[in-house]
Design a protein around this ligand. Structure first.
Ligand SMILES: *Cc1c(COP(=O)(O)O)cnc(C)c1O
Length: 475
């Protein structure tokens, strides 16, 4: 396919300016920038260029997108409709509170819903992403110990954790201590008991963890952490596995961050806006970021006067549009609907695991939550085909590859999260493709080695673009 630069013809234009009604002046040469070599094309070439580029994108609106650990789930269009309402899009952060009562009410109510869903005492909506929520949560923990005059220097983090967990703790000055996983994919309790001392501020646990497994000993884990005065942090990026079924607050967690752009169905990716609200138990509420939203005598207001607050985590109040979408999702599903969404997410992941387990190795043979981890170790052993090859071949069948080689404690990992919105027919189509690929691995491994065969480009050198960026077109 021709590049837009190759389509360029000298003098071709998308538009022309007809005559000037002001006199021409000679420009000072020092003001004329070096000539930039932009393509010269007609309007239709430009339209086709960008339309064609847009069609090379793959998204959940185009096809199945089973990306594990990230919950790339379908965002119902009603969420967008609500976020598009002029009253929200034209709200200005400096508008007086009296003019912004609707927006304040929405945030107030969203906090209330999240409290109810998670069993926590208070929420802040300020953080802009999951990792930002983690940072906020760990800052709250740090402030708690400072207020108590306790010096604690370590944070415990399981070896299966998302990389942002150790990063957030390290940013707050904590030394990271890794806790091993056991053969079941849960936390090794003996190792936890040994490591949990009075030097430890807390444990950051992802539940369900990045293997898609619910921590079976969760209440015991909470007891071990609390017995030494530590705080129990929940990375709740994947709340969609249990919302409406169980509540982190009831399981013993003291702090949680949610990813509204995952569990609560607002689009993410490409660095777009996210939202990582943080929920806390009573012991931490005084430290929450300001401003807080309060309701007095039927009037909502921002309250900034909180002497123990860790301060502001984000300009204004956070990514408001994401909140509108998440609030719409929660209110349009209702309590029963949220629970059913979680049940279907879990059912779908287990269905995929059951159908694929005769063909691929399963990392942990137990009921999974919203995602399942399979491996291609069998294909590596028997056919010389690895996970990367399989992921590339999936593209030829019109399916977005899953998360691969993560979590790092599983060799040749392929992590599938079908999400709750996919029908049995779609899941079957997907499983049929995976089974077909497992068959090809035996009969025609070369085609998998060569995949993808249907895309504009084949296998890319994945580091070259970063090492040798070529940002200027050379004729
Ligand atoms: C996605 C994710 C994060 C990070 O969230 P961001 O919004 O990308 O910053 C943290 N922990 C877990 C378990 C996640 O899945």
């Amino acid at each position: 396919m021709e590049l837009i630069f190759e389509k360029s013809r000298v003098g071709r234009r998308a538009s022309e300016i007809q005559g000037f009604d002001v006199p021409a002046v000679e420009l000072d040469a020092s003001l004329v920038r070096a000539e930039i070599d932009l393509p010269e094309v007609a309007e239709i070439d430009l339209v086709r260029h960008y339309t064609q580029l847009s069609r090379r994108n793959f998204g959940v609106d185009i096809g199945f997108y089973p990306l594990g650990s990230c919950t790339m789930k379908y965002n119902p269009k009603i969420n967008e409709d609500m976020a598009k309402l002029a009253g929200f899009t034209e709200a200005h952060p400096y508008a007086p509170e009296a003019w912004s009562q609707g927006s304040l009410q929405l945030m107030f109510e969203l906090e209330k819903d999240l409290r109810e869903i998670c069993g926590m005492d208070a929420f802040t909506l300020q953080p802009a992403a999951g990792a930002h929520g983690e940072l906020t949560g760990v800052m709250l923990i740090k402030k708690y110990f400072e207020k108590r005059g306790e010096k604690r220097s370590k944070m415990l983090i399981p070896d299966a954790a998302h990389g942002t967990n150790p990063a957030s703790s390290a940013l707050c000055g904590y030394e990271i201590v890794s806790v091993k996983s056991n053969a079941e994919g849960g936390l090794d309790l003996d190792s936890l008991r040994e490591l949990m001392t009075e030097e430890v501020a807390g444990l950051m646990l992802t539940n369900p963890n990045t293997l898609g497994l619910f921590e079976r000993n969760i209440t015991e884990v909470a007891k071990i952490v609390h017995a030494k005065g530590g705080l129990f942090y929940c990375d709740g990026a994947n709340t969609n596995a249990y919302m409406g079924i169980t509540r982190p607050g009831d399981l013993g967690f003291d702090v949680i961050q949610l990813n509204l752009h995952k569990s609560f169905s607002t689009p993410h990716g490409g660095g777009g806006p996210g939202s990582g609200p943080v929920g806390v138990k009573q012991i931490l509420t005084d430290f929450l970021p300001v401003p807080r939203i309060e309701l007095n005598d039927g009037v909502y207001s921002f309250v900034g006067d909180k002497p123990d607050s860790i301060g502001k985590m984000k300009a204004f109040y956070g990514n408001f549009g994401v909140m509108v979408k998440a609030f719409t999702y929660i209110r349009s599903l209702g309590a029963k609907g949220l629970k059913r969404a979680a049940e279907n997410a879990v059912l779908n992941a287990n269905y995929v695991m059951a159908r694929l387990s005769p063909h691929f190795d399963v990392a942990y043979q137990r009921v999974c939550m919203h995602e399942c981890v399979l491996t291609s170790e069998k294909q590596v052993r028997e056919n010389g085909i690895n996970t990367k090859d399989i992921a590339k071949r999936m593209i030829d069948y019109g399916i977005h590859p899953p998360t691969i080689y993560f979590p790092m404690i599983v060799h040749e990992a392929m992590m599938f999260e079908p999400t709750e919105t996919e029908s049995k027919e779609t899941l079957d189509e997907f499983c049929d493709v995976m089974i077909e690929i497992a068959g090809e691995a035996k009969t025609n491994p070369q085609i998998i080695h060569d995949a993808p065969l249907t895309t504009p480009v084949n296998r890319l050198d994945e580091v070259k673009a970063a090492r040798e960026p070529r940002v200027v077109y050379q004729k």
